[in-house]
Design a protein around this ligand. Structure first.
Ligand code: NAD
Length: 250
């Protein structure tokens, strides 16, 4: 693969949607910076994802960093830039859930989810945004959720973090647009990944009933939306939230 390939940095890419996006963008010809949480298990998983991307012909490297940590994000951004020279696409995908009803939610539950899902997007946009401004081009794609647009009982912390991502997306689109940078969000509905695998049969059935396409989404269907926003066909799309939910939230 040529060293002139564009580089995509994907956070939380050791499994689930992030891993699928890494493989899809590798297939589309991007060099891939695979970010993962710096635990032994996540690093091992991220190396498997990297091997799969390499098989697709991409240059790949794993960058372990906790994206809720501002300084760690700055350090990672520097390393990715040193390794690949440019950062053309940033996908803010890392996320967690710690569900519970509002009046029973602990402060720790709220802080954990907002720092990983929401503050991380500030951390990464702040550092990678500065690189992209100097480059005078870039694509930022933030992974929100239909829970951030319409709310979801039992996910006060999660929907707050995902709604916040929409606000950051809109403002970053306005601030970074003059430097040729597009900023969009993707809001998935219910997609089959390790995050949703742990939900009870009862919850899954209730969700399924609410989806007109009458099936859960596949990770490839979110990766496809991300690939579109990262690709040439989306060059004039910015400040948008692309809902990919089988019409669940309609
Ligand atoms: P997942 O749990 O399979 O993957 C999340 C990834 O984020 C993991 O690789 C995890 O290690 C990583 N991560 C967690 N904390 C991190 C940290 N501090 N630093 C770096 N990495 C960290 O979940 P998923 O379903 O693949 O979700 C990916 C994104 O899509 C999340 O932001 C999630 O909120 C969003 N989303 C998912 C669904 C769905 O139905 N699966 C729906 C809407 C939105």
């Amino acid at each position: 693969m040529s060293h002139l390939a564009k580089t995509a940095l994907i956070t939380g890419a050791s499994q689930g949607l992030g891993a699928c996006m890494a493989k899809r963008l590798a297939k589309d010809g991007f060099s891939i910076a695979v970010n993962c949480y710096p635990s032994e298990q996540d690093i091992a998983n991220a190396h498997e994802v990297a091997a799969a991307c390499r098989e697709l012909g991409a240059e790949v490297e794993v960058f372990p960093a906790d994206v809720s940590d501002f300084a760690a994000c700055e350090e990672m951004t520097k390393k990715v830039k040193e390794r690949f020279s440019t950062i053309d696409v940033l996908v803010n995908n890392a996320g967690i859930t710690k569900d519970g009803l509002l009046v029973r939610m602990s402060e720790a539950q709220f802080d954990a989810v907002t720092s990983v899902n929401y503050k991380s997007v500030f951390n990464m946009c702040r550092h990678v945004g500065a690189v992209m401004m100097r480059q005078k081009h870039g694509r930022i794609i933030n992974i929100s959720s239909v829970a951030g647009l319409y709310g979801n009982a039992g996910q006060f912390n999660y929907s707050a973090s995902k709604a916040g991502i929409v606000g950051m997306t809109l403002t970053a689109a306005k601030e970074l647009g003059p430097r040729g940078i597009t900023v969009n969000a993707v809001a998935p509905g219910f997609i089959r990944t390790p995050m949703t695998d742990v939900l009870s049969e009862q919850v899954r059935e209730k969700c399924l009933e609410a989806i007109p396409l009458h099936r859960f989404g596949e990770p490839e269907e979110i990766a496809g939306a991300v690939a579109f926003l990262a690709g040439d066909d989306a060059s004039y799309i910015s400040g948008q939230v692309l809902v990919v939910d089988g019409a669940m939230s309609m």
